[in-house]
Design a protein. Structure first.
Length: 727
């Protein structure tokens, strides 16, 4: 509903008053021309028709009001709407045009504005092209850094001095999500993100202590100081962390001297050592058990041997002590056997299974076999598109071992490697020409521990094959007078290959770092007095079973996106379906597309809200018609104990602030006005992304009206007509 312009109301009232005064004036003039008898006759006629005169006046006033309303809309409202739309074009960062409408003069004015905007866009494009050309080298350096960070196996996080994350690589992203207490909800996205606080993962005092040690080292003149510590996370994981400083850079581009100890941030190198520490603890326990058990056995054996030294020992007692010796020796042998078996099992899993390009594995095998066997090795029919999930270290050992035995025992002088994908597996063949062998020989080679030259391994070829969950067999090709060992190896999953290549996607690199955050600090003004352009936002939306939160309707989907430093981070999103614990009305399914079978196995809102609360921590909440969404969250406070106390901004209210003369402030109408493409309408994340784009366009328009800070935006929003809506 649109608020009526008070000037239109005043004009209608003035018109009614003028009509009434004119009616009275004409009545007085006519009355003055009448004789006394005529006045008496007219008075008698009009006395019973006063109401008819009043109705006629009201009908006339209504006609005048209708005409005034049309004129107001055409000649007063239209220029205001054109002004508001012109301001949108003025603040737009992409080419945008007005739609000519209204009178011929208004259409001509709109066309003139479009021509000016086109000239502005042309000049802006020329300037952008020049800036782009001037910054090519800088962008290349950034791309190199992003590519390097994406390919590193080490988890790297760079923070400003307040602990806000301004860079992280793909490895860190995966590791942080693995550290989440609830990694199954929204993919654990509440821990990692540009502008997030690293103190959500690490204790603030722990990092402060490490930074203090670095500061002292800088003061002493240490060129490259660093600090290390090991800590546990909320998820129970054990992390080894190395901290290094980022030196402040002056206006001349020169880093501060070490003695000045000026630090603008710090770099964290993270390594999850949970598994390795557990392995070390298990090995220590095993060795301790072996030591203690062997000490007791040796003591028993020594006592038995001492007793056996007596010549007068009775035969029964001698046999008893001999039994003790045999028993203790057997127990010691069993403990040593167990230790050897566990050590061998650890060797089987020492090297991780990794995604590896099949051509790279074949090339590595070619070099290693040629080096150990002094035999030419060629590659034939190697599919360059095959990705494998392999333990490359032990697999290369197995191939080299088999090639070595072929050369040594069967005098094979030429070897060949083939690799092809077949179904869900890959066939890796070690091919040779020459003397054939029996299946018994192949079986013995498969079960013997691997050795070639001075290198030995407790593993067998069978161990390596079982480690990969594959198969190996010997086969002859009589027509070609060749034979080969065929390894059936697992292919890498599509998801694994995609993850490995994430650094090359269109979105991964630009959104993983923002060095402008080096200039930001938490010290200074309170949140309400911070500039809107400086704040971090969580823009969210909900899909629900209905429109009556107090009547039992519940959330079925929650979606959110983050805005940091004026940039929408599309990869740092939150999206989660929710089991509402009640039926989803059939009439609402065509709107949001969420059916009951889609949410039946999803978590309840009590499990989702703590994770979303962590995702939105230390940010300003933004939503379209926020009162509706916030009401659903507030109704869960008592049951979940989760309360959202941060400030909330509503794009519906703020759109009414900057565009009070527009007919509609629905999400679609605002998106059309701002030339924002609507994708995924009536999905929580889709609407959140559209709302985020709208909010970024509202900020400069609010600034034009003198609304710069969060406090000013909230106060302006509460003065609008739409702020009266309650749920």
């Amino acid at each position: 509903m649109k608020k009526t312009d008070p000037r239109l109301v005043l004009a209608i009232a003035a018109s009614g008053l003028v009509m009434a005064l004119w009616l009275v004036l004409m009545s007085v003039i006519v009355w003055s021309t009448l004789t006394q008898d005529e006045r008496t006759a007219v008075g008698d006629v009009l006395a019973s028709r006063t109401a008819l005169v009043a109705v006629g006046w009201l009908i006339g006033l209504m006609l005048v009001a209708g005409v005034l309303r049309v004129l107001h809309r055409r000649y007063v409202g239209a220029p205001y709407r054109l002004l508001e739309e012109t301001r949108v074009v003025l603040s737009a960062t992409t080419p945008q045009k007005l739609k000519p409408r209204g009178t011929a003069e208004m259409q001509a004015l709109a066309n003139a504005v479009n021509e000016l905007a086109a000239q502005r866009d042309q000049l802006r494009g020329d300037m952008s092209e020049q800036v782009a050309q001037a910054s090519v080298r800088v962008q290349q350096e950034k791309d190199r850094l992003a590519a390097l960070m994406a390919e590193l196996n080490q988890s790297v996080v760079v923070c400003n001095r307040d602990g806000r994350i301004l860079l992280y690589n793909q490895r860190a992203r995966q590791q942080f999500r693995a550290l989440s207490p609830e990694p199954g909800l929204a993919d654990g996205a509440e821990l990692v993100g540009i502008g997030r606080s690293i103190y959500a993962v690490f204790d603030r005092q722990l990092l402060a202590h490490a930074l203090e040690r670095i500061h002292q080292s800088l003061v002493r003149g240490v060129a490259s100081p660093s600090a290390q510590f090991v800590t546990t996370t909320q998820g129970g994981q054990l992390l080894r962390v190395q901290v290094a400083p980022v030196r402040a850079v002056g206006d001349d581009g020169v880093a501060a001297q070490a003695t000045q100890a000026v630090v603008s941030g710090f770099v964290l190198l993270l390594n999850n050592v949970t598994a390795s520490v557990e392995e070390e603890a298990a090995r220590d326990q095993l060795l301790h058990g072996l030591t203690e058990g062997s000490r007791a056995s040796l003591a028993n054996i020594q006592a038995a041997v001492d007793m056996l030294g007596y010549s007068d020992l009775e035969p029964a007692m001698r046999e008893r002590f001999l039994a003790v010796v045999r028993e203790e020796v057997g127990a010691m042998g069993q403990r040593i056997t167990d230790l050897a078996q566990r050590a061998t099992q650890r060797l089987k899993t020492r090297w991780p299974m990794e995604d590896m390009l099949g051509a790279d594995l074949a090339t590595a095998a070619q070099r290693q076999i040629a080096a150990h066997c002094t035999c030419p090795v060629t590659l034939d029919a190697v599919d360059a598109s095959v990705w494998l999930k392999v333990d490359s270290y032990t697999l290369l050992q197995a191939l080299t071992y088999l090639a070595h035995r072929l050369v040594e025992e069967f005098e094979v002088r030429f070897l060949q490697l083939r690799l092809q994908a077949v179904g869900a597996h890959a066939q890796l063949d070690l091919v040779w020409s020459g003397q054939a062998m029996s299946n018994e020989t192949v079986m013995s080679w498969e079960m013997d521990t691997m050795r070639f030259g001075s290198e030995r391994s407790p593993l067998t070829v069978r161990d390596v094959i079982e480690r990969h969950g594959g198969e190996m067999w010997f086969e002859r090709e009589r027509a070609r007078h060749q034979a080969f060992f065929r390894f059936m190896l697992p292919l890498a999953s599509v998801q694994g290959v995609v993850d490995a290549a994430l650094g090359e996607s269109d979105f991964s690199r630009p959104e993983y770092y923002d060095f402008d955050l080096f200039q930001m600090s938490e010290e200074g003004s309170a949140l309400d007095d911070r500039l809107l352009s400086e704040l971090t936002y969580t823009v969210f939306d909900t899909e629900t079973t209905g429109l009556n939160p107090a009547g039992g309707d519940a959330i079925i989907q929650l979606g959110a996106a983050r805005i940091v430093n004026g940039k929408l981070l599309r990869q740092e999103c939150f999206e989660q379906l929710v089991n509402p614990g009640r039926p989803i009305p059939a009439a609402s399914v065509p709107i949001h597309g969420i059916s009951e079978d889609m949410v039946v196995d999803k978590p309840r809102i009590g499990e989702v809200l703590p994770v979303f609360h962590a995702f939105a921590q230390d940010t300003v909440l933004v939503a379209h018609n926020a009162a509706f969404d916030m009401r659903f969250l507030q109704l869960q406070e008592e049951a979940t104990g989760i309360a959202f106390h941060q400030p909330v901004l509503d794009t519906l209210l703020l759109s009414a602030v900057v565009h009070p003369h527009q007919d509609s402030h629905r999400l679609e109408a605002i998106a059309e006005r701002f030339n924002v493409t609507v994708l995924g309408r009536h999905t929580a994340l889709g609407d959140a992304l559209v709302t985020a784009e709208i909010w970024l366009r509202l900020i400069p328009l609010l600034k034009e009206q003198g609304i710069h800070t969060l406090r000013q935006a909230r106060e302006a929003a509460q003065k609008t007509y739409y702020a009266r809506l309650k749920y």
